[in-house]
Design a protein around this ligand. Structure first.
Ligand SMILES: NC(=O)c1ccc[n+]([C@@H]2O[C@H](COP(=O)([O-])OP(=O)(O)OC[C@H]3O[C@@H](n4cnc5c(N)ncnc54)[C@H](O)[C@@H]3O)[C@@H](O)[C@H]2O)c1
Length: 320
């Protein structure tokens, strides 16, 4: 599909990943990009550049995906829907009823409105959390979802199921992308659930060592937010439907290695500091198989961890 001249709706488009999707939709020539975001975590600042660059093509609807009439009105006339609005995993655990309303009912509203509007494709944000602690590494999309024990992962797995059922019932085309550990410019630096990277950057900038809670041996599969956004664009363009893809770098990095990489980028040589683990993290390892996305979407990560961290630090300095 050629994105030129398409009207796209981006839910959660003022957030970390969504705002990069907005940028890349403009690059791809989308006629109109409508962001629907309640700004609970997203910021107008994240799309300020896009609004400035193409004021006639970008529109912000400040509203909630739980608001059915608003969702229907926003999606009416859309060719594509990129569905990113969601709550973070920690907020889902703290407030599961709100999570049910936003992640499950909100997603239902988006899907129903997409069917009614005759949307050509929904590109939905899923997560590696659906796997829980995987039993096989690298983990493929065929891995079962029964090791997940989080409400967030359960809601995302249900969202994938809802999309499949609407494909079967109403032939709504969709692709769901299971992102692994996302980082990069526009990460929420001010929120209550501040990412560990932000905390470490603050400490390093203040002349302290990054503080590792626990042994730091837990591994993750980090992927830069701009590569994630590109996967969204390719998922819309590619001739694929009714399927899910892992989006990661297929590289295992421990928290210790991450802290050291960040220190290198920020020029710190202090020894790492350790503290007691705050909570038990049942997911001790992540490593994705990304061959399906490579084969079907023509997607490959292009930004190395050091390069991504350099850009993250540079952006974060402008925010301080
Ligand atoms: N960041 C990650 O590591 C990661 C990993 C896997 C999956 N994901 C998924 O990717 C998507 C985007 O994540 P992100 O990192 O950009 O998060 P984010 O919090 O930066 O963006 C989510 C956006 O949704 C908005 N939002 C929340 N509730 C809303 C509501 N009820 N109505 C309208 N807007 C609402 C927020 O204001 C925010 O701008 C989410 O679906 C998330 O679950 C993220």
């Amino acid at each position: 599909m050629d994105l030129n001249d398409q009207r796209a709706v981006v839910t959660g488009g003022a957030g970390t990943i969504g705002s990069h999707v907005v940028d890349q939709l403009l690059d791809a020539g989308a006629r109109e990009v409508v962001v629907i975001d309640d700004l609970s975590r997203g910021r107008v600042d994240n799309i300020a550049e896009a609004l400035e660059r193409a004021p006639e093509r970008v529109k912000l609807v400040e509203g909630d995906i739980r608001d059915i009439p608003l969702v229907k009105k926003t999606i009416e006339g859309a060719d594509l829907v990129f569905h990113l609005a969601a709550l973070r995993i920690t907020r889902c655990a703290a407030e599961p009823r709100v999570a049910l309303e936003v992640l499950v009912d909100g997603t239902f509203n988006i899907i129903e409105a997409s069917v009614e509007a005759g949307v050509k494709k929904v590109v939905a944000s899923s997560t590696a959390s659906v796997y829980g602690l995987a039993e096989e590494f690298p983990t493929t999309e065929r891995h079962h979802p029964y090791n997940n024990d989080t409400f967030y992962g359960a809601a995302k797995a249900f969202n994938e199921g809802m999309l499949r059922s609407f494909k079967a019932m109403h032939d709504l085309d969709y692709v769901a992308l299971r992102y692994f550990n996302v980082y990069g410019p526009r990460m929420d630096a001010h929120g209550k659930y501040t990412e560990v990277l932000i905390r470490w950057m603050e400490r390093i900038a203040d002349g302290q060592s990054p503080l590792i809670l626990g042994d730091g041996l837990q591994t993750m599969d980090f992927v830069d937010v701009r590569d994630i956004a590109r996967a969204n664009i390719l998922a819309a363009q590619a001739d694929v439907t009714d399927t899910v893809y892992n989006i990661a770098t297929a590289t295992e990095t421990s928290l210790l290695e991450l802290a050291e990489a960040l220190q290198r980028v920020m020029g710190s040589t202090l020894p790492l500091e350790f503290g007691p683990a705050r909570s038990v993290n049942s997911v001790t390892r992540r490593l994705a198989d990304i061959s399906a996305a490579e084969r079907d979407l023509g997607w490959k990560p292009t930004i190395s961890l050091e390069e991504g961290l350099r850009d993250l630090v540079q952006w974060w300095r402008t925010q301080r």
